[in-house]
Each structure stands twice: as C-alpha cells, then as structure tokens.
Ligand binder design. Structure first.
Ligand code: 4AD
Ligand code: MG
Length: 458
C-alpha cells in the first residue's frame, strides 16, 4: 500500500496508516528476532521495530549508529505499559540504508560524550550537534529568537538589519577586529547601537538581531569572539521606562516560551528547576552594590597601575575590598547574583567605567551615568543598556574626552542636529540569556559554532 512521507514531529495524525520516514539511526538495540531502532530526523525521535525477517530481506548492509536510512511501515500506538517518543512506534515492512556510518568502532558513535576532552568536543562540534542535549539547546535557541521577535512585535518595535562591516567603534577601540576594506581600515561591528539610534526618526522604536564581534582575550565561560546581539533602541523614554521595558520584554518572552508545549518541554529537559522571574526586578545602584559586596565579604584582586594582579610572596593574588570607582568584575558579579538568586539591575555606573555615549546624571561630584546592567544567576551580566547623550555639544565633548575623532561619526552626530530626542536602548547577549534559561555551564554550548580566542573551526 501507498505510504505517506512525513516528518517525525507530524506523525500523530497518521497513526494506523502506512508511512515513510527518513532520518538517522540514533539508537540501536538488537534482540534476536527484533531490532529496535530509534530514528532521529531533527524534528523528533521515532521508535521503529524491524523483525529479523524484514531486517535481512531488503538490505545486506548492517545497520550502524548515525547511518541515514529510510523506513516504511505501519504507525501504531505503543502497547499499554510501554513508552516511546510521541506515544507511537513504527512496525517496519521495508527499509534501506541511504548513507552508512562507521558504527561502533568510530570515535563519535562509540566514545564521544559530554565528559570528553573539551578540545575534542570543540573539534567535533559538527558531530556533537547530533546529540540530544546539544540539539535541544539549538532548538530552544530558535524558539527563543522567535519569541523575542513576537514580543517586540507586540510592542510595535520594528526589526532592522544593520551592517556588520563598519568604520566606527562603540564599546572601545581595544576590542575591535580590524580588516582591510578596499584599502580602507574597517571593523567587524561591536554593537549596532549607533545605527539603531539613527533609525528612531525614520522608523520609530527598533530592534535587531545581529552578530557582534569582540577581540577580547577572555577565556571565560561567558565570552565569545562572535556572539548574537539582540539590541533595541527606544525614543521619548526615561531611564525608568527603559528598565521597565527590559523587564517586560524578558518576562513576556519567557511567558511565550512556557506557553508553547514544544518550547516548554525543551526548558524542562534542559533546566528542570527553571522558574520564570517575577516583576519588578530588584534594582540596586552601583554605589549601593559596592557596599553590598563589602558587607558580604566579596573582594577583588588588587591590581597595579597596568592592571596586573598584585601577588603575595607565595604567588597568590592579594584580595582587597571594593571601593567606589572600581569595576565590578565577572567573579564578584557572579557571586553577587548567586547569593541574590534572581535577576537584578545594577544601575548608575561611574562615567569613567562606561562607554562615551552614555547620558550623565546631573549633579555635583564624580559623574555617574543613566546606565544599567541586568545580572542573572549563574551567568552575571546578560544585558547592558543606557540612556544616550541627546545633546550635540555634550556628545562632541564626550568624543573629545574619549579621544575619538568625530569625523567618521558625522551620521551619528547628525541625529542630535536634526530633531534630537531623549532616547535609550540596550543590548542582550543571546548566548548568555540562553545559558541562563537552559542552565548551561558556558555560552559556548549556546551557539552553533562558537568562536573564542584561537578557535574559528569548524
Ligand atoms: O555591555 P555591552 O558591551 O553593551 C553594548 O554593546 C551596547 N552598545 C548595547 C546597546 O546598548 N545597544 O554588550 C551588551 C551585551 C552584554 O550584556 C552581554 O550579554 C553581551 O552583550 N556580550 C557578550 N556576549 C558574549 N561574548 C562577549 N564577548 C560579549 N560581550 C558582550
Ligand atoms: Mg556591558
């Protein structure tokens, strides 16, 4: 009889009929008279059963893990007392190998697992992706990006696609990847923020999902050399509006994922203890955060004028209390969020620790900015945002202080010339958000082919 070709995820309505499914051998169990094959096609897993007669009749090749095969047969509900993905199994009456794989003698199918050496896992990322955990993380990533887009749509915020190749910096010259652009120097973008700002008078509030690049020699759990940057820019808002908006986008996006059975199942699989954050998020000013760190005995490494750790006679770094003006480094930030155990906004950072474009809080004494970092347990900073300098003269002074030549920024400066407005925005690291959502140890697990210092393969 005729067989209906279908993907595994959409088999349920075809129960009782003859179907044709293609995929890869995910698991294999040989039991004298029956061979149980779990087939994987990217949309799901399917239990298939071959009788030894069927197994022998149609193909002389032996079945091996990771071979691509095509099976035909009748789909039926699993017998009572047994379980299988989707609640059904395929009784195979015809099958063929499309592409065979080496099978049990092979490094991937036999020995590679999550405990393998990290450099081997990185080299074999193209095969690791086939695993249940890695593929679920990437499925959840796709769902997350869709949910973010839906959330922005619901707020009437339009998606744009800024360029990756640029001739300006945003987050400091030290972390730019430079390249030759038809004989001119150019960079891979660090952030699309400046471009989003120019969109406001044309398109209203905007967001983008764009790769950002950072030439940072950071070998940490949360730094990539290329990462997916979700950025948004909002016009006619106050700093308070901005933080409330960030909260709303994050919570609405999480709610959408949990309301969708497929995404909710992925979150449950990867992060069984996940609980959605409640609003409003805790807000702590930078100055109060410094006190909080000292009250909790969280110190940082003492540094010399060049920024190198100062060590004692035994070579151990000397630890000191935090003082106002210090950067809150990754280690301290992580300890802080681990103790607090829920999302927290740190806001009002000193101007000298932050980028040139940030709006300053008016007042006497050292300059603070209308800036915020959102920290999550297990990851630390996942969002960096601020209000922007909206005044032309103030921006020109900021370029000067930072030692930036204003010439190539003329288009950014012009936004202050042609109808400026109070505005602000933020960038969210998609891999960091996913590391939080899916409880992953490192952002390296949260992107298809991660890049970090000296790693651009595969
Ligand atoms: O804090 P950052 O550097 O802020 C900006 O780039 C702003 N211009 C964004 C804006 O306001 N439109 O980066 C924003 C976020 C961080 O909070 C972090 O989540 C992520 O981007 N991020 C990284 N993620 C992975 N690897 C890196 N090297 C990252 N650097 C920043
Ligand atoms: Mg930041």
């Amino acid at each position: 009889p005729k067989a209906t070709k279908a993907k595994i995820v959409s088999l349920t309505p075809l129960r009782g009929s003859r179907v044709r499914v293609s995929g890869w051998v995910h698991r294999l169990r040989d039991q004298k008279d029956l061979i149980f094959v779990v087939l994987r096609d990217g949309t799901g897993y399917l239990q298939t059963i071959l009788s030894s007669r069927v197994a022998k009749t149609f193909n002389a090749l032996t079945l091996t893990l990771e071979s691509s095969i095509e099976v035909f047969g009748t789909l039926q509900a699993v017998p009572e007392g047994k379980t299988a993905p989707g609640g059904h199994e395929l009784i195979v009456d015809y099958w063929q190998v499309l592409g065979s794989a080496p099978g049990n003698e092979d490094a991937f199918t036999n020995r590679l697992n999550e405990k393998s050496d990290p450099s081997i896992l990185a080299d074999l990322r193209h095969l690791v992706l086939r695993g249940e955990t890695s593929s679920s993380v990437l499925r959840l990533r796709a769902a997350l990006l869709s949910a973010f887009r839906a959330s922005y749509g619901a707020h009437d915020i339009l998606e744009v696609t800024p360029p990756c190749m640029v001739q300006t910096q945003v987050e400091g010259g030290a972390t730019l990847f430079k390249f030759d652009y038809y004989g001119q120097p150019a960079f891979l973008t660090q952030s699309s923020q400046l471009y989003l700002e120019t969109c406001l008078p044309a398109l209203g509030d905007v967001f983008c999902v764009q790769e950002s690049f950072r030439a940072e020699n950071s070998h940490t759990r949360r730094h990539l050399s290329e990462y997916t940057h979700l950025e948004a820019e909002l016009a006619f808002v106050t700093f308070d509006d901005l933080m409330t908006h960030i909260e709303a986008i994050i919570c609405e996006t999480v709610d959408k994922l949990l309301a969708d059975p497929a995404s909710a199942a992925l979150i449950k699989q990867l992060n069984p203890n996940f609980t959605p954050p409640s609003r409003p998020f805790l807000r702590i000013s930078y100055v109060d955060a410094i006190d909080w760190l000292n009250e909790h005995g969280i110190q940082h490494e003492k540094e010399d004028a060049e920024g190198n750790a100062v060590r004692d006679a035994d070579g151990r770094p000397i630890m000191v209390d935090h003082a106002v003006g210090d950067d809150i480094a990754e280690a301290a930030e992580r300890q802080m969020t681990d103790i607090i155990g829920k999302p927290v906004f740190l806001h009002g950072f000193p101007a000298e620790l932050k980028a040139f474009y940030m709006k300053k809080i008016k007042g006497e004494g050292p300059a603070y900015t209308e800036s915020c970092d959102l920290l999550m347990p297990n990851v630390g900073e996942i969002v960096g945002g601020s209000m922007r300098i909206s005044d032309m003269e103030e921006l020109l002074a900021a370029y000067k202080r930072e030692g930036i030549d204003p010439t190539p920024y003329y288009w950014f400066t012009d936004q202050r010339k042609y109808g400026t407005c109070e505005h602000g925005g933020y960038g969210l690291g998609v891999e960091r958000f996913l590391a939080w959502l899916a409880n992953r140890y490192t952002v390296r697990e949260c992107t298809l082919y991660p890049r970090w210092p000296n790693r651009a393969t595969p």
